[in-house]
Unconditional design. Sequence first.
Lengths: 255, 307
Amino acid sequence: MRKIWIIAWKELRTYFVLPSAYLTCIVFILFSGIFFYNRLAIFFLSKLQPIPWEELEKERDLTHMITQPYLHSLSILYLLIPVITMRLFAEERRLKTDELLYSSPISSWQIVLGKYLASVILFSILLIFTVQHVIFLCLFGNPDIGPIITGYIGLFLVGLSYLSIGLFCSSLTDNQIIAAIVTFGVICFFWMIGLAQYIIANPAVVGVLKYFSLQEHFHTFTKGLIELKDVVYVLSFSFFGLFLTYQSIESRRWR
Amino acid sequence: MIQVEHLTKRYGDIVAVNDISFSVQKGDIVGFLGPNGAGKTTTMRIITGCLSADSGRVIVGGYDILKDPNEAKRLIGYLPEHPPLYDEMTVSSYLDYVADLKDVPKKRKKLLKDMAVHECGLEKVYGRLIKHLSKGYRQRVGIAQAIINDPEILILDEPTIGLDPRQVKEIRELIKSLTGKRTVILSTHIIYEVTMICQKVIIINEGKIAAMGSLDSLTSEIGKKRRLFLKVKEKDRAERKLKEIPEIGSLVKDRDYFLIEYETDEDEVCEKISQKMMEAKIPILELRPERISLEDIFVKVVTKDNR
């Protein structure tokens, strides 16, 4: 465990020595602020217009108008994941610093988990920045806290999956840019395959695609539900990503 | 201390290391000599556990590098061909990081770090970012990194490559001062380096061991035939005279000198040559014995294998 922390601590420090982590933070905080402002503005505008139907009035609360769409829009954070993970293995390989790790008394699992932990911590820091908007909402209104908490849990868990993909892509190449682009492609794939439901008629195929789409699983969380099947899928996805990373690291030593 | 048994490693169709076996005793300073691409780096990477061999095994201090990697790796300090440095770290924080990686106990960490910094002469750049260091200093940090856990075994892969002559001299002296009671394997393709630092030599060529032994035994084994270097003014007349001397085995005539091979006593041959030259009134410009150096052995061994 200590070894994992040594690696993670070193990677975290590197994040904050280089400008990339700060830039990621700035971009994300800026956009999350804009999104929050947008939802707020729409909410107030809609309050000015009386709607005659009682049914619709029920949908016009804070949860439906602000927190749910806001949490959804926070998933743009996933597009920044390639920036977080791209250098973790690729840069070590390019600079040949990986020989230090391999010749040290430390196992490949510890290396993989250490780097993963660092990326998870940076990701969590970014998520925590958005809590300010929720606090703001709680100060001036009374939103339903339940779906907010489950929404954040969902954001975090789905993020774990994407981070493990990013780590794996980084372990495949010695070029950060290639690692980032491949990660971006894979993230988009698992984000979008759920959308296939609108163009495919066969319900069985749609069911499978929706199950594989990480975004669909995230959607359940924002509704205030923590379902076992979502948690199992998302966690096994992360384990699989880490397992592939481990295999990729090990295989390079046998090649 | 280090036992290498029947090591083989292939990269696709290319056999980088082909059935190498050797052992290194405690306290030995072994030079690993070979032309570029001979398999030196591959062998070293296998010994340090960076790479796995296709077959064969490596035992370091009684531990199999594959079965007990952590115990074996704790005994080794390794400087790869490219020193594994992180540009964005300072020298101090980098050494801390490596010490943690190598399981240096907390109590000894400060002491060992100070020692490494002192021995490698890093006091001046202690707080600087590694990316701002000159190549010579980078190499020093690389060496400091290798000795930070006070290892019994030091493995250095071409430690002086790419440095300017002054830095090369400094690094060589540094390595010499570090050997002490440690077991050292040093790879290089510079022969002078081996004669200066090492006691034992392993010459490796095309993945195989071409020659192995102590420096003295290697030079005397191949250096049985001795040579004299002779420079005179009138070559043609001198050649005729030289052929009259029975002790001379063979005579090689070059542009402006002779190489004379003989098998008897050195003084006797020299005496006879100078007498003959005096009789013929041919002035001798230069006459000296030529010692067969490691360089000759190296060339001999490597070219013999190629044929």
